[in-house]
Write a protein that binds this ligand. Structure first.
Ligand code: SF4
Ligand code: SF4
Ligand code: SF4
Length: 178
């Protein structure tokens, strides 16, 4: 039987099954480069005024939107002494949200909670005959800030890589939040 090998990235973050891709702080380098250079010092965690950074598997910082949203204040990047961030002139993340089947509106119950949280106005509700309006995402407008994540009453918001993903980001799926 062929021996299963794990990548250095998986080893460094303790992801021995290779299943978990997670959201790092905004403007982070691609995953391989990030875990190679991050010293797990925790300075970014302490710097985040929204308290949405936590030590993830292997001690590397990861986003936890159950605590709040990212304001893109850049304080995590400013607090970091290592070369693990991209230019802030680029897009912060290459992710967008998706609505899972738990969404109340998809199940006939009127709910617009997520849209009310979205400053980018990226969520619109499409009228349906005989059913509750269904949410639709303007993917180009979604910044993946996470403001809609926690208020959703049924935890129906997930994050996925944007189809317009840049080569600077790894090709991995996101693990369940938080
Ligand atoms: S940009 Fe600001 S709010 Fe977002 S993770 Fe970094 S420190 Fe926290
Ligand atoms: S807040 Fe949640 S349940 Fe309500 S419409 Fe948005 S995704 Fe659906
Ligand atoms: S992640 Fe932010 S920008 Fe995207 S839909 Fe939710 S609130 Fe709007």
């Amino acid at each position: 039987m062929a021996k299963k090998t794990i990548s250095r990235t998986q080893f460094l973050r303790g992801d021995y099954r290779g299943r978990n891709a997670i959201m790092r702080p905004p403007w982070s380098l691609a995953e391989d480069d990030f875990v190679e250079q991050c010293t797990r010092c925790g300075d970014c965690l302490k710097a985040c005024p929204e308290n949405i950074l936590k030590p993830g598997r292997g001690g590397f910082p990861q986003i936890d939107f159950s605590k709040g949203e990212c304001t893109f204040c850049q304080k995590c990047q400013q607090a970091c002494a290592e070369p693990v961030f991209r230019s802030t002139e680029q897009r912060a993340w290459f992710y967008q949200i998706e609505f899972t089947d738990r969404c109340l509106s998809k199940n006939g119950v009127v709910c617009v909670t997520c849209a009310e949280q979205c400053e980018a106005a990226a969520i619109h509700f499409v009228p349906r005959v005989g059913a509750a309006p269904e949410p639709q995402l303007d993917a180009a407008a979604c910044t993946a800030c996470g403001a809609c994540y926690q208020p959703c009453p049924v935890n129906a918001i997930q994050f996925q890589q944007s189809p317009t993903i840049s080569d600077t980001q790894p090709s991995q799926r996101l693990e369940a939040y938080p």
